[in-house]
Design a protein around this ligand. Structure first.
Ligand code: EPU
Length: 291
């Protein structure tokens, strides 16, 4: 594998421990770790990896991600510093690395309505769009107007919402790297939007262990009902493997209560899936991404 550090890029290091960059606080080293300081540097890092034949992965805020204990043989490009939120009338433009909570607050302060259901969801704009983040009260697909992406051929393309193939926690963006997005909101009363935003955030905090180390909901909700309810009824709350434990507040959350390994989480995932399959014939599908 070519060495991208030979390209004299000060923003690239070797062996960065990914545990420091995930909300699970789990994950081994990345072969290379790049922290581009803006959109131009980000595009440049992607292009350099591709030119050098170095497999790459883009890391947002690491909030929906389980990274293997042995790490990844990739260049991991972190978007955290690729940020910049602006408003033009009722349209907000945000970069891939902007934090979703920050964009939600930015909109609320200006009385721009549409993002309220996403209050309390962590992560980056790029990740939120790729996964179509949301709740049953609304997902980000409802307000995405356009997305600027980097194609596998290293070209910049602008896609309309109808080209993004949004589904439940999915999009057709695989292979395309989100650079920025335009979100179409509605001008409303700031106090009303702020109150609604607070309400949605409080609702989530009341039922989910938001202060613990986790990656949010582990499984997608199957046709048979909410995964959390299914696992709860099967008595899975409190089940543990090493330091990984199924939350006693919400059974679709696995928590890292101290020094859980990815292997512990995977063993717990396997137990939960087996329980749902054996008892109900339900095949639980992962919602989190596994590297
Ligand atoms: N429930 C239980 N026991 C549990 C958990 C839930 O009985 O341990 C019951 C609840 O009482 C409720 C039903 O299951 O009647 C649904 O629970 P909840 O309202 O918590 O919603 P959910 O379907 O489990 C979904 C999303 C969440 C999102 C919430 C809020 C998925 C997989 N999860 O959870 O998203 O925050 O709705 O609208 O779609 C995430 O994507 O990471 C995530 C957490």
């Amino acid at each position: 594998m070519a060495n991208i550090c030979n390209l004299h890029d000060a923003s690239t290091t070797e062996g960065e421990i990914l545990r420091r960059h995930t909300s699970f606080r789990i994950g081994g080293p990345a072969q290379y770790f790049c922290r581009p300081s803006g959109i131009v540097e980000f595009i440049d890092a992607v292009r350099r990896c591709r030119r050098g034949g170095i497999p790459l992965r883009v890391l947002g805020r690491g909030t929906n991600l389980l990274v293997s204990d042995s790490g990844v043989p990739h260049a991991v490009i972190a978007t955290r510093q690729v940020h910049g939120i602006t408003a033009n009338g009722a349209t907000i433009s945000a970069c891939c690395g902007d934090s979703l909570p920050r964009v939600v607050s930015f909109a609320a302060q200006r009385g721009l309505s549409g993002l309220e259901p996403l209050a309390g969801i962590p992560g980056s704009i790029g990740g939120a769009i790729r996964m179509n983040a949301g709740t049953r009260n609304g997902c980000i697909d409802r307000i995405v107007q356009s997305v600027t992406v980097l194609t596998p051929e290293d070209e910049i393309a602008h896609l309309g919402a109808e080209q993004l193939g949004f589904g439940y926690r999915s999009s057709a963006l695989n292979g395309l790297i989100v650079l920025s997005a335009g979100l179409k909101l509605e001008q409303s009363d700031p106090e009303r939007v702020m109150n609604l935003t607070r309400e949605h955030r409080a609702q989530k905090a009341a039922s989910q262990p938001l202060d613990e180390n986790s990656a949010g909901c582990v499984f997608k909700n199957p046709i048979g009902g909410p995964a959390g309810q299914i696992l709860d009824r099967l008595g899975m709350k409190g089940a543990a493997e090493g330091d990984a434990i199924i939350s006693t507040r919400h059974a679709n959350f696995i928590l890292n209560r101290a020094n859980a390994a990815a292997a512990d989480v995977l063993a717990l995932i396997a137990r939960a899936r087996k329980a749902a399959l054996d008892a109900l014939g339900i095949c639980l599908e992962l919602e989190i991404e596994v590297w």
